[in-house]
Design a protein around this ligand. Structure first.
Ligand code: GUN
Length: 291
């Protein structure tokens, strides 16, 4: 079994991004600039946005956060989106999700200029991805593809089983894995909460991507020998440690890893690649590589 070290791969890519950013700044051009819109005070969202800002600063990007109160109206949020769409000094931006229940996230996402949509959530980017055209790809699926590529994992003709059909991970990673490309060219099965006999399907997987947000859902008896396991889960489970909790994936590492040929740990697998893929999207948007 080989551990897929996302932290190490992410550090290497961040160094390269920092090198390219230094070149940009040396040539007296403005640094790539990410803005994040944060609505309310959800602790998880606060922490995600703080990590994104920190990662931007570490590679030399500019970052700014637009904080709006929990009770902001949808109209006011849309006006902030318009402001950032029109701000030439901001090359890419995102609206941290989830939004309060009185705001329709789809209406907000549709308002973002697709060329600045570094989350890759706008229907234009989703559509371009589905058509195999250049696009801003959501960060977690893009990070997974980078890991498969860096580790030289053979995907062509393999059966890839994806657990989860979210717009952020399951749906886009299914498209990428089935695309005529390398990595890609897989036969893809998507499983979700209504799938019957899920273990029968996961046992057929050559590559298993777990993105359902259920701690240790995939157990050793659900996989075959030699499977490649990509664990997207980041779940907090209570335990008797000093902190009172530990982080775990959607995969039961103890029983699955002995059967796997490759597996991502949690933490240190997919997580660090997500941030790095966001940075790569900011560079793409900066360079106008996606129209
Ligand atoms: N909330 C959870 N994941 C994400 C993400 O990738 N982007 C944004 N904007 N919000 C999120």
């Amino acid at each position: 079994m080989e551990l897929i070290d996302g932290k190490k791969v992410a550090e290497e890519i961040k160094k390269e991004i920092a090198r390219q950013t230094a070149e940009i700044i040396d040539s007296e051009k403005p640094a790539p600039h990410l803005a994040a819109i944060l609505v309310g005070n959800d602790p998880a969202s606060e922490s995600y946005v703080a990590s994104k800002e920190k990662a931007c600063r570490a590679v030399g990007f500019t970052s700014s956060v637009y904080r709006l109160p929990e009770n902001v109206t949808e109209q006011q949020l849309l006006e902030t989106v318009d402001f950032l769409n029109n701000d030439d000094e901001v090359h890419g931006f995102l609206v941290q999700l989830p939004l309060p229940p009185h705001i329709d996230p789809n209406r907000v996402i549709e308002r973002i200029n697709p060329a600045k949509d570094v989350d890759g959530f706008h229907p234009v980017n989703v559509g371009r991805l589905a058509l195999g055209l250049p696009s801003l790809v959501p960060a977690t699926p893009a990070g997974i593809m980078l890991l498969l590529e860096k580790y030289g994992i053979e995907t062509e003709g393999k059966h890839c089983v994806v657990l989860g059909r979210s717009n952020i991970v399951g749906a886009p990673v299914s498209v990428l894995m089935s695309r005529k490309a390398n990595p890609g060219n897989c036969t893809v099965t998507i499983c979700h909460s209504k799938t019957e006999n899920i273990a029968e399907i996961t046992r057929q997987a050559d590559i298993l991507i777990a993105a359902i947000g259920q701690p240790e859902f995939v157990t050793g008896d659900m996989v075959k020998n030699g499977v490649v396991v990509i664990d997207v889960g980041i779940n907090r489970v209570e335990d008797s440690s000093e902190k009172g909790y530990r982080m775990t994936g959607d995969v039961d590492f103890k029983t699955v890893s002995p059967k796997a040929s490759y597996i991502t740990p949690v933490p240190g697998g997919v997580g660090p690649m997500t941030i790095v893929s966001l940075l790569l999207n900011i560079l793409k948007a900066y360079r106008g590589e996606v129209k």
